[in-house]
Design a binder for this molecule. Structure first.
Ligand SMILES: [Zn+2]
Length: 405
């Protein structure tokens, strides 16, 4: 399918330098959907897509019956203006308790660009959560520097899995284990459904069209669109199905090539997201050293831009049986007995964290904790903190939704 590239240029120009892209409210109940575009300033497609959706909701309003409330929010305003990923700091890495505490304890004048953005967005979200009606849904739009089919990223809680599988797109689980402080992980710790959608390559007009399609399908699946023209929704579903080539598999990340701004990394050209690569294929050069794979794998998010904290990831497909097994096990209240295992203790850090002493518990693999519904973070050489995603999830809020049953 080809798209008119002037659409991208026109909409990029149209991006207003303001936080609120659009807001619609009908009735006093939920659902409430909050969409973000441009958390990274060089990824304006989401902002353009949301602008289009709000326009259509207005221009064709007689054809819709709506129920609930939706917000479209622009992320990093200073970076959007300059078309850069970020000005001072990555806005999608600031959402940890330590960073947020520091930001809220600082004087306004001492804050960097993105720290001010985070503060403003935090207040706005608080406002929305206080004044709007549940169930809440958060959807965050991004694009990638490499060629890619669209895909969904989620923290691996069952509410996210159930919601994510409604869309004709592949789903990547557990990226949060490898990233420090993304916005959606923060929202997940508050218990809400949160879905990231990477709609295509930064510069592709198709990325706007795909995000727009995703937005319509989210509005439908969350129950905001009570009545909508059937042909509109069918067309949007078709767009996504074509763009993802029918890939609706689940994947997990097995490796991340971490880089910092002090590193010199150059990816070799020609790698596509989800591309299969053979053992020993040279991938790129990191500080003069040639990087390659030690086994056959799938490459994910190869970096073809200057700013970024990962060179590439490896991913592996998760079989349906494994998904079902882990869903079943998570209903067994693992949290009640997991600390009975040797070397596994309640953590003082709160947030349902469990401290694993690897010197004692070295025979437990990360894969086992994943299966049980935990995500891990390495704290030092000998310790992991694992978090129970299911305890954090506010499943009660979604129990009456048709997609949850
Ligand atoms: Zn991004």
């Amino acid at each position: 399918m080809t798209y008119n590239t002037s659409l991208l240029n026109k909409s990029t120009e149209r991006i207003k330098q303001k936080r609120l892209i659009g807001h619609v409210k009908r009735g006093s109940g939920g659902p409430t959907l909050i969409f973000f575009g441009g958390i990274h300033g060089n990824e304006p497609s989401g902002v353009s897509a949301l602008t289009e959706v709000f326009k259509t909701l207005e221009s064709r309003k007689d054809e819709f019956e709506l129920n609930g409330e939706i917000f479209g929010l622009s992320g990093n305003l200073p970076a959007l203006k300059k078309s850069v990923r970020f000005v001072d700091r990555d806005l999608n890495r600031l959402w940890t308790p330590t960073e947020l505490d520091r930001i809220f304890d600082s004087e306004e004048g001492d804050l960097k660009n993105e720290e001010n953005e985070a503060k403003e967005i935090y207040h706005l979200l608080r406002e929305i959560l206080l004044n709007s009606a549940p169930p809440f849904y958060f959807i965050d739009y991004h694009t990638t520097s490499a060629d890619t089919i669209p895909f969904i990223t989620i923290n691996d809680a069952l509410i996210n899995r159930k919601f994510a599988r409604l869309f004709p797109a592949p789903v990547i689980l557990g990226i949060e284990e490898y990233l420090e402080g993304p916005l959606l992980s923060f929202i997940n710790t508050k218990g809400y459904v949160a879905v990231g959608f990477e709609s295509g390559k930064h510069s592709d007009a198709a990325s706007i069209v795909n995000s727009e399609a995703m937005t319509w399908l989210c509005l439908k699946e969350a129950g905001f669109l009570k009545e909508a023209p059937m042909d509109l929704l069918e067309e949007k579903r078709k767009i996504l199905e074509n763009a993802t080539k029918g890939n609706t598999h689940f994947y997990e990340i097995t490796f991340r090539e971490a880089i910092t701004d002090k590193d010199n990394f150059k990816m070799h050209p020609g790698f596509e997201n989800f591309g299969r690569i053979k053992k020993g294929v040279p991938l790129g050069v990191l500080n003069g050293e040639q990087k390659e794979t030690s086994k056959d794998t799938l490459i994910f998010m190869p970096l073809y831009q200057r700013q970024g904290e990962e060179g590439y990831f490896f991913i592996r497909r998760i079989g349906n049986w494994a998904l079902r097994l882990s869903a079943g096990i998570r209903k067994l209240n693992v949290h009640k007995w997991i600390t009975l295992l040797p070397g596994v203790h309640e953590s003082k850090q709160g947030n349902f964290g469990i401290l694993v002493d690897l010197r004692v518990a070295r025979f437990f693999s990360k894969a086992l904790f994943h299966l049980l519904g935990y995500r891990s973070k390495k704290v030092d050489k000998n310790h992991l903190v694992i978090y129970n995603r299911e305890l954090m999830a506010n499943s009660e809020m979604y129990k009456d939704c048709t997609w949850y049953k």
